[in-house]
Design a protein around this ligand. Structure first.
Ligand code: NAD
Length: 328
């Protein structure tokens, strides 16, 4: 028997279960690399239902309890009096989401003497002190391809809405106005622009693939070069050095994990090498850009944004009205 402690975000303020706007979602049989998608046998929910909030319980309760395990689910994750901190002391497994992170710091890991497995219900485990986890023989596991396509679609949405200045134009209409000059003065086409991703893993490659039909010039940097056939198919330019790529780009998107090399990578000096008016979309957690300095440095010309589900910095919860929620 194992105790599984699962930290999930709160239910919708409108109540749970939500009223779904669609009757289903497409069946995805394989990943973009051709690998077969999982075929679990004990599913007791309808795909497309909201499972990520507290009442959804990731669809795990019956599955785990039928096998004799104990499941504790909470959204209360911060501070020494939180349910997470209390329940952690005898938990065998922790499941946490990167976008509602239950931080597993060295101090918390020291208290979690039963802990064997910390599962990230997504990608990116920068909310876990990996060195401390290794020291304590705690396995940290991620769900490969979880949200990768969602994030890539989100990046494309962000690029198009920033370039077209869509949200401010929408606001003009909501306020009852329609001066076309106001709406179009900062609106541009993507066609012909130079777009680059920092990191061409699952998300970065999916972004490049989705942008190729827009007739843009595509660039990337990564520690590992993509296969020649992919570079040819998508017309990609590989750069071994970010500093060489950055000044060429009209649109930059960061899709790397957050680790020692990427933390604060986009500091003021790096941002200063970007074209005036370039757009920066960061899905790689808070720290590769450190929003306040990046927004400060070229506020009038650089449009900075972060994908909503990655809007946070390490050891810092998302705050209402905080800079990490900026979208324009
Ligand atoms: N915003 C979100 O909702 C969300 C969701 C999922 C993942 N993410 C973030 O995106 C990251 C990437 O996800 P993925 O599924 O594409 O992962 P992935 O492992 O498939 O790809 C990561 C890529 O980054 C490259 N990379 C690592 N360090 C680098 C560096 N210093 N310079 C250049 N390239 C580097 C790797 O070589 C790899 O190709 C995750 O680690 C997570 O932090 C965000």
């Amino acid at each position: 028997m194992a105790k599984i402690l699962c930290v999930l975000y709160d239910d919708p303020t409108t109540g749970f279960p939500p009223v779904y706007s669609r009757d289903g979602v497409p069946v995805i049989a394989s990943y973009p690399n051709g690998q077969q998608a999982p075929t679990p046998h004990a599913v007791d929910f309808t795909p497309g239902e909201l499972l990520g909030s507290v009442s959804g319980e990731l669809g795990l309760r019956r599955f785990l309890e039928d096998s004799g395990h104990v499941l504790v689910v909470t959204s209360d994750k911060d501070g020494p009096d939180s349910t997470f901190e209390r329940e952690l002391v005898d938990a065998d497994v922790v499941i946490s989401q990167p976008f509602w992170p239950a931080y597993l710091t060295a101090e918390r890991l020291a208290k979690a003497t039963h802990l064997k497995l910390a599962i990230t219900a997504g990608i990116g485990s920068d909310h876990v002190d990996l060195d401390a986890a290794i020291e304590r023989n705690v396995t940290v596991a991620e769900v490969t391809y979880s949200n990768s396509i969602s994030v890539s679609e989100h990046v494309v949405m962000m690029i198009l809405s920033l370039l077209r200045d869509y949200l401010p134009a929408h606001d003009i209409v909501r306020r009852g106005g329609w001066n076309i000059a106001d709406a179009v003065q900062r609106s541009y086409d993507l066609e012909g622009m130079h777009v680059g991703t920092v990191g061409a893993g699952r998300i970065g490659t999916a972004v490049l693939r989705r942008l190729a039909p827009f007739d843009v010039h595509l660039h990337y940097v990564d520690k590992y070069r993509l296969p020649e056939q992919v570079e040819r198919e998508l017309g990609l330019t590989f750069h071994a050095d970010l500093r060489e790529m950055l000044p060429l780009l009209d649109v930059v998107t960061i899709n790397t994990p957050l680790h020692g090399e990427t933390e604060r990578l986009f500091d003021d000096a790096m941002i200063a090498t970007m074209k005036r008016g370039a757009y920066l979309i960061n899905t790689a957690r808070g720290s590769p850009t450190g929003t306040p300095s990046c927004v400060r440095s070229r506020a009038a010309s650089l449009r900075a944004t972060r994908a909503t589900s990655g809007t946070r910095s390490p050891r810092r919860p998302i705050t209402r009205g905080g800079p990490c929620r900026t979208t324009g």
